[in-house]
Design a protein around this ligand. Sequence first.
Ligand code: NAD
Length: 498
Amino acid sequence: MQPDPVHPDVVRFLQDAPKKMIIGGEKTASISGKTYTAYNPSTGEALVEVYSAAAEDIDCAVEAARKAMHGPWPTMLCDQRESIMRRFAALIEEHAEELAQLESLDNGKPISKTRSIDAPVAASNMYHWAGWPSRIHGETPVVSIPNHFAYTRREPVGVVAIIFPWNYPLIHYTQKSGPALAAGNAVILKPASVASLACIRLGELAQEAGFPPGVFNVVTGPGGVIGEALSSHPHIDKIQVTGSTGVGRRIIQNSTINIKRVSLELGSKAPNCVFEDADLEKAIPGAFHAAFGNTGQSCVAGCRLYVQRPVLEKVLEGLQALAGQARIGVAMDTQTEMGPIIDAAQYRTIMEYVEEGRKSGAAILSGGERLSGNGLPEGGYYLSPTIITGVGDDDRISQEEIFGPVVTVYPFDTEEEAIARANHTTYGLAAGLWTENVARAHRVAAQIKAGVVWVNTYDMFNSTVPFGGYKQSGYGRDNSESAIDAVTETKSVWIALK
Ligand code: NAD
């Protein structure tokens, strides 16, 4: 396997170090001068130093964003705002290769995916939201009070802080900042420290696109410091987070300081159900990719696989065959299908669950060991698709999010049982089901407690389709008009006609 050469623009970006934040339209170092190191998870090698912010830097970013809310942006004519956003989308498109490579180097996602999915989706997200400023409008409700007229206005909520995880940076940045910008808010983006480079580059492209200073800010640093500073800041109006349920809980607590608006896209433990009447030619690879896409480091990973007993053996055989064929390697190799685990800490977490399963008598049908040799760099943490059977529904491995390439497989007998067991979780982000029976498909989809249910497909997203969680997977919806609702306030205006 041979990694693709690094694009000259990426080389230039990495040489211009330490990487600065974007605050008030300026590339900005942290006040303390402190930095952290961005590592390449494929090799464990250092990529570049990045300025590490503290609460004092967050104060500066908030001040810049607040100032921007008194500037031209919130009241700008909608076609002007659209044109800046469209320019931003075009720049993302123009720099797609550079962004794809930065993402692959920084978070270990295979370059074939960042080229075909993450970078193009980031551009298309921004194009989509660039079309919204002229579509955000109030209503004229009918009122049953004489000589009065009422209308509503949709106004930006104000300064919106957006906190991201490391697994889909480019997609998350654009999916969440797009609606906030379209509605006339100022944003402060805070990426995860282990994958912040693409976000910094997006901040630079936003400057080039012509957003007024302070409208698009990027701050970098540890979540325990600046995530805390953002969520407890009294002058931030709204906080949107994608991350783990524990962090979401902490953010809710902090948000009470000024009754911040909060939207949360949190953890998951998605069930995927294969019924005996499924087309197994599609269901087996579908279940495999649902579990192991993005090396299982996906919030929607179909990591609890329920299979109706008559087809269990065939499904397990099919999954093991696919696991044996998976091309695992460095992210920059075009042949790689599964990249490394993000870092040593995440690898250890995954292995703790696997070991616990092993000790409790579970069968590990494939994977479960760190891969080495065969050209894999020693500094990367590689794990092949791990398939486990023989675990109970209440075991920790069945209940807690592992966030790695591990699927636990359970047999079931009846449709009612599959639904009950699929819902036996504190999460409710996503679910899948595989059946050729259309009545069953609708029946089961209606009874699964999750924000999205995929039938005979998996992992489908679009800017027009709401996405978000039930239960402890969070609240609020990304994508669709729901995302605009999340970043606007509705004001009612009454007029006396006499
Ligand atoms: P994480 O919760 O550790 O971190 C998410 C972000 O929160 C990071 O930017 C981090 O720096 C920040 N953060 C950490 N502590 C904080 C604090 N005290 N206050 C404020 N911010 C803080 O998650 P991760 O490891 O980066 O990503 C994996 C998690 O994200 C998984 O639980 C996964 O399910 C979830 N996720 C959810 C979705 C979704 O759409 N629901 C999508 C992707 C990932």
